[in-house]
Design a protein around this ligand. Structure first.
Ligand code: NAD
Length: 340
């Protein structure tokens, strides 16, 4: 077995941050397995693509033959599964791809990993790390937090597909002793975030002087984590995480959507004032709420903090300022995204 890791979905937002983190700060070799859907962008890996420890395969995680061959040929010590359809609004409009990739794709990876681990007797040497979301836990009221013991209660097609994949991962651990770990993280933000999601959408609408859409009353609450802090947490889980466990990862940065959007507008007012002197916040437009919109997500991250020694390095102010600056300097990356 090699000092080599598979990352699925490595051309996406979090997967690319994880690959940049591993290649820059750790010694593993990385194989990126990504189908390159509309959300995948190899430009996000420019900084590492020439590195001899990095390789890319344009494969679908649901393609058993290709995935099986990769396991046999490269014999990884771990896989991080981040390949997914990830946008809640798209899942509400058309759920098929969410079922196919998030559920059938994860099942295919589990089966290929099981064959590999069983044939080489790697139960104590390999880790299958499945990246999931706090949305599997449902919706909170004004108070309380999700933790690893919270019962699953997903409500959207997206979160249901992720919850289904988590349950498959747990079943493969209990039934076949496949060495798995699940992480459930809150909303991420940062560089290379596809411009359909709230934070990059806001920045890009503002910079193009387009209306900034805000669902419902803007009062829904999310707990935001800077993507590089998530990537560091995932490497810690690889190196120190206990097989069979779940780890909740959160930023302790609860914000209403209105607070997020207003903060971005204020930063842009400072860094890139509008020619007519008005605030970017004048572009905010309230639109019909998302169907079944979960009110609040918030994570109690005590377990990963206490057991693995993880600490986020960014608070919301430092992270969001860095993010806005990155988008101002990287509009060519935004233009390279396939927005449809
Ligand atoms: P993303 O949409 O930016 O990237 C997903 C990547 O997966 C893309 O590169 C895409 O091409 C690839 N992909 C899709 N279907 C595939 C398939 N069948 N085979 C191979 N590759 C495929 O998503 P993200 O925001 O980076 O999220 C990554 C993971 O983290 C997802 O599993 C998501 O559920 C989870 N997660 C995301 C957040 C968040 O805030 N973004 C929070 C918690 C958990």
């Amino acid at each position: 077995m090699n000092n080599l890791i598979f990352v699925t979905g490595g051309a996406g937002f979090i997967g690319s941050a994880l690959i940049r983190e591993i290649i820059k700060n750790h010694n593993y070799e990385v194989i990126n397995i990504d189908k390159l859907t509309y959300a995948g962008n190899l430009q996000s890996l420019k900084e590492v693509e020439q590195n001899s420890r990095y390789k890319f395969f344009q494969y679908d995680i649901a393609d058993k033959q290709n995935i099986r061959e990769l396991f046999l040929k490269y014999q990884p010590c771990a896989i991080f599964n981040l390949a997914a359809e990830s946008h809640v609004d798209r899942s509400i409009m058309a759920a098929h791809e969410f079922i196919q990739t998030n559920i059938v794709g994860t099942f295919t990876l589990l089966e290929c990993a099981r064959e590999y681990v069983e044939s080489l007797n790697l139960h104590n040497k390999f880790k299958f790390i499945h990246i999931s979301t706090d949305e599997v836990y449902g919706s909170l009221g004004e108070s309380g937090y999700f933790n690893e013991n919270t019962a699953y209660d997903p409500r959207s097609p997206y979160s249901s597909s992720k919850a289904s994949s988590d349950l498959l991962v747990k079943a493969w651990y209990h039934t076949y002793k496949l060495p798995t770990i699940i992480t459930n993280c809150t909303n991420n933000y940062g560089p290379y975030h596809f411009p359909e999601k709230l934070i990059p959408l806001t920045i890009n609408c503002a910079l193009k002087s387009k209306k900034i859409p805000l669902y419902g009353s803007g009062k829904n609450i999310r707990d935001w984590l800077f993507v590089e802090d998530h990537a560091r947490a995932l490497v810690l889980v690889l190196n120190k995480g206990q097989v069979g466990q779940s780890y909740c990862i959160g930023g302790q940065n609860e914000k209403t959507n209105l607070q997020v959007v207003t903060t971005i507008c204020n930063i842009l007012d400072e860094l890139n004032p509008r020619v007519d002197g008005t605030s970017y916040s004048s572009l905010i437009e309230y639109v019909t709420d998302r169907k079944g919109h979960d009110f609040r997500y918030a994570i109690d991250a005590s377990k990963i903090i206490q057991q693995l020694g993880w600490q986020p390095q960014f608070n919301f102010n430092s992270g969001i300022t860095a993010t806005v600056k990155w988008y101002l300097a990287n509009q060519d990356w935004v233009d390279s995204c396939h927005i449809n």
